[in-house]
Design a protein around this ligand. Structure first.
Ligand SMILES: Nc1ncnc2c1ncn2[C@@H]1O[C@H](COP(=O)(O)OP(=O)(O)O)[C@@H](O)[C@H]1O
Ligand SMILES: [Mg+2]
Length: 375
């Protein structure tokens, strides 16, 4: 595809005006007419795309100019038929919303049990190009998640973004793009920063009466500094299982290995904020010790036989302290001072208390992690 633009057009015309008196032959005249016609055609074609910086889009999407033009052409056609539409272009998801812009994905950055999350750029014809996350799901719980994030209305949780549209029972949300989740964070201090962000999210949610219900490393989102290494900001995302404390009848759901031991007790009423704090304890252990707690079995007992549950809890209690000691010997947090290292170990023990009433609160965990980071 030719890439003659307005500048070329002016240059070509100026050229033909200057060269005009010198055009001697018929072939030179036809060349001048041809140049004039093609540049005029390009000018008209580009008028519909005023402001789209295709060079910038090329860098941000990794597509070449021809491919970008093809995407724009298909998107423009789709605007004639629908407010919102999507299509796949060479394996990229493209989502088009009338009046909003065209999103072109460049990578699948995350996938959970319900959602697929793509990084990419959205651009319109006023020159705006923004990096965003496109969240795609078939799960209708997304509507509940959106409502809850709105109700919490706090900068301490990762926002889902705005609904872009829905096609064939698939929802498309456009939200802020985070750097990664906590599973990919490297370095003890960075991990503490990620955990501190998550603890702040929990403190804020608990204060407002919400239980996250699915705390785990994959659900902590982090943003990096320009050096792409230092964690600048972190918060809990994925509020798909979040409920109001008052609405919970019994603990269930969540990811089994992060679920608290009281989950399988028949009578598990009480302060459900502490269920989140157990999951936070397992998350902290996993991130800092590069291993899951040894006493956490892949499968919790599923039957609700009280005697079996009591025996299980007693065994858990015995194993817990030995396990934390062992793990800290095997995986010492290298970048931390001896004082911080001890504080961290104490924190894990205080979070992984079998008795929920003895478990640390989110607010206390925020203070503790702040002190660890500063010592
Ligand atoms: N806004 C975002 N920016 C970057 N990555 C994200 C974003 N939201 C989610 N992710 C990634 O996508 C994964 C799945 O998203 P999540 O909301 O946890 O979905 P699910 O409900 O399916 O678990 C996360 O674990 C994370 O790695
Ligand atoms: Mg998730």
């Amino acid at each position: 595809m030719t890439t003659i633009n307005t500048t070329n057009y002016i240059a070509a015309n100026a050229g033909s005006m200057i060269l005009g008196p010198f055009i001697q032959s018929f072939s030179e005249l036809s060349l001048a007419i041809y140049l004039f016609a093609t540049t005029l055609f390009e000018l008209i074609r580009n008028l519909g795309e005023v402001g789209v910086d295709r060079e910038k889009l090329k860098v941000k999407t990794g597509l070449n100019l021809e491919e970008i033009d093809s995407v724009i052409t298909i998107a423009k056609k789709s605007f004639q038929n629908a407010e919102f539409s999507t299509f796949s272009y060479h394996g990229r998801i493209v989502a088009c919303k009338k009046g909003k812009g065209i999103f072109i994905s460049n990578a699948l950055v995350g996938e959970g049990s319900y959602k697929k999350v793509y990084s990419g750029v959205i651009f319109d014809f006023n020159g705006s190009i923004k990096e965003k996350a496109l969240i795609v799901t078939k799960d209708k719980e997304i509507v509940n998640e959106k409502r809850i994030v709105k109700e919490i209305h706090s900068k301490d949780v990762a926002k889902l973004g705005k609904l872009m549209g829905k096609v064939d029972d698939v929802w498309y949300y456009l939200g802020p793009l985070w750097g990664s989740d906590a599973t990919k964070v490297v370095g003890d201090k960075n991990k503490i920063r990620a955990l501190l962000g998550a603890a702040r999210s929990l403190a804020s949610m608990h204060e407002k009466g919400f239980i996250h219900g699915d705390v785990k490393p994959e659900n902590i989102l982090v943003k990096y500094a320009k050096n792409k290494f230092t964690v600048l900001q972190a918060a809990l995302g994925d509020l798909g299982l979040t409920k109001r404390q008052a609405e919970i009848e019994a603990l269930d759901g969540g990811t089994a290995i992060y679920s608290p031991p009281e989950c399988f007790k028949v009578d598990n009423e009480g302060d459900y904020t502490k269920a989140d704090m157990w999951s936070f304890g397992v998350t902290l252990y996993e991130l800092m010790c590069s291993n899951r707690p040894l006493f956490i079995e892949e499968k919790w007992p599923t039957d609700e036989i009280p005697l079996k549950a009591e025996r299980f809890l007693a065994r858990l209690s015995r194993l817990q302290q030995q396990d934390v000691d062992k793990c800290f010997r095997l995986f010492p947090a290298m970048d931390l001072s001896p004082k911080a290292h001890n504080q961290l170990k104490e924190l894990i023990v205080n979070l992984l208390q079998i008795d929920p009433s003895k478990r640390m609160s989110a607010k206390e965990a925020v203070d503790c992690l702040t002190s660890i980071l500063n010592s």
